[in-house]
Design a protein around this ligand. Structure first.
Ligand SMILES: Cc1cc2nc3c(=O)[nH]c(=O)nc-3n(C[C@H](O)[C@H](O)[C@H](O)COP(=O)(O)OP(=O)(O)OC[C@H]3O[C@@H](n4cnc5c(N)ncnc54)[C@H](O)[C@@H]3O)c2cc1C
Length: 457
């Protein structure tokens, strides 16, 4: 059977593209590497999307104008963004909630509490899994053909033009247009090691094991223009007890601002209170990656216990710091010295974890600039931290029709990209919570429409 549009990757971006292409009259085939029960890529781990809006809605409070969204993006990326594509994403983000609702996805009322995102981010009811199931259902109703256990290993191009995809089992699939939505290469340890060296052996992959970057590599080898720096990735400090793949959100350790973080020599190495947690959580993966054996420990006492969402795995707990040091196998004298110096350097202040308060240390080599409270009340707790890689930023360059730009700076007429594989055009550095899905939603719709138009004309 002839396919108008072939979509590679069945995460949020691929499904959005497939649904839109089908709604625009195309016969669509979607190939997904995972088995059915593991479908949805990293998208199934998500919780929220960042949305521009000019008035409060049922799922977002207040307003979040385009200019403020842009300013936030520039700040986190240090300007590593294509302004035209970024504004296209921001403006079109306003339609994301409605589009998803029209395709069976439900949202929660605005979120209150420590995440401070109820104004800017719309939260999925039931999380990413519920969203993914609804989108697969919508795609099936529209006649999108879906094939699981179908890893594409090679692409054949003829002068920047897609001809056919070759599956792991050797089967070839032709289509008039191709949409690539196969994510980054974060689950490809060999590739990570090439970039990061041996320390990458100790990284935990927070999401799907199927994002191995096979399609990204094929496209770059066949002349697609690269975007983003291979070394840039979103990485957070996660619970060292998490599984090697797919641990998802429940293994994040969110108490760093409440305690101190030490490496295996019991030395602090960064200001734990630098900024509000949603703005700083994404630097800790890189920080822990630079420590010996790529491990660290966050130490808190009883005062902080109920103030954060706990990891799924219980921390080590002890009634004395000495006992805690023994349980986590670090030098007790060194830990006692670090905690003692830290406690002694804390200045008087009024603790308030919801804002940048005035509780800080003084005269330490590395001061804690907010939320510094003594660690003196048992039980003491220690979470083992390891770098958890969320996704990579290296991708293919696209234009505002989601067409892939080739090395000669010309767009391919029939190859389109959406989602993480092209997110580096908008966000090549840093991270702004909820923009991953937003980029996939906007470029998924554009890619689906453009590919369908190309294929059916
Ligand atoms: C734990 C976690 C939490 C996150 N939370 C959020 C959040 O709340 N909000 C947010 O905006 N972003 C979040 N992100 C980032 C977000 O997941 C991504 O930005 C987004 O899901 C990317 O969508 P995608 O469709 O491009 O990729 P994916 O959802 O990863 O889908 C890619 C698909 O391609 C398939 N594939 C890969 N290679 C091949 C191949 N060769 N052949 C066939 N199929 C292939 C994979 O199996 C996968 O299903 C989170 C990520 C993680 C890991």
């Amino acid at each position: 059977m002839h396919n108008d549009v072939l979509v590679i990757g069945g995460g949020h971006a691929g499904l959005t593209a497939a649904i839109t292409a089908a709604e625009n009259g195309a016969k669509v085939l979607l190939l997904e590497a995972s088995p059915k029960n593991m479908r949805g890529g990293n998208s199934r781990h998500t919780r929220d999307l960042r949305i521009m809006h000019h008035q409060p809605t049922k799922v977002l409070t207040d307003i979040y104008p385009a200019k403020e969204y842009w300013d936030d993006l520039v700040r986190v990326t240090n300007g590593q963004t294509n302004k035209h594509l970024a504004y296209l994403t921001i403006r079109n983000s306003a339609n994301n909630v409605k589009w998803l609702q029209q395709h069976g996805v439900c949202f929660q009322p605005p979120l209150k509490g420590t995440l401070q995102l109820g104004r800017t981010n719309a939260f999925l009811l039931g999380g990413g899994k519920a969203m993914i199931n609804a989108l697969y259902h919508s795609a099936e109703l529209l006649g999108v053909q879906i094939r699981y256990d179908s890893t594409v290993t090679m692409l054949t191009l003829d002068e920047n033009h897609f001809v056919e995809a070759i599956l792991e089992n050797g089967q070839t699939i032709e289509a008039s247009a191709l949409i690539v939505a196969s994510g980054g290469f974060e689950a490809n340890r060999e590739w990570l090691e090439k970039i990061w060296g041996k320390i990458a052996k100790n990284f935990i992959i927070r999401g799907t094991p199927y994002n191995r970057g096979l399609i990204l590599k094929q496209l770059l080898e066949k002349g697609a223009k690269q975007v983003g720096n291979p070394k840039q990735c979103h990485a957070v400090a996660i619970d060292g007890c998490a599984p090697l793949f797919d641990g998802g959100i429940v293994s994040r350790v969110d108490c760093i601002t409440l305690g101190i973080v030490v490496n295996k020599h019991a030395k602090r190495f960064y200001d734990e209170g630098e900024d509000l947690w949603p703005k700083r959580y994404a630097i800790w993966g890189h920080l822990v990656a630079q420590q010996p054996d790529q491990i660290a420990y966050v130490i808190i006492d009883a005062k902080s216990e109920k103030m954060f969402i706990p990891s799924a795995f219980p921390p080590k707990t002890a009634n004395t710091l000495l006992e805690l040091a023994q349980k986590i196998a670090i030098d007790p004298d060194a830990l006692l010295k670090t905690v003692h110096e830290y406690n002694a350097s804390i200045q008087p202040g009024t603790f308030n974890h919801t804002k940048l308060d005035n509780c800080h240390t003084q005269n330490l080599a590395i001061n804690k600039t907010h939320w510094a409270r003594t660690i003196d009340t048992p039980p003491f707790k220690a979470y083992l931290l390891r770098p958890g890689i969320t996704f990579t930023y290296l991708g293919v360059t696209v234009n505002d029709k989601a067409q892939i730009i080739m090395a000669d700076d010309q767009p391919s007429k029939n190859i389109f990209a959406a989602g993480e594989i092209m997110a580096g055009n908008v966000l090549a550095e840093g991270y702004l919570a909820g923009t991953g899905l937003t980029i996939g939603a906007v470029f998924g719709r554009i890619a689906g429409k453009e590919a369908a138009q190309y294929a059916t004309n």
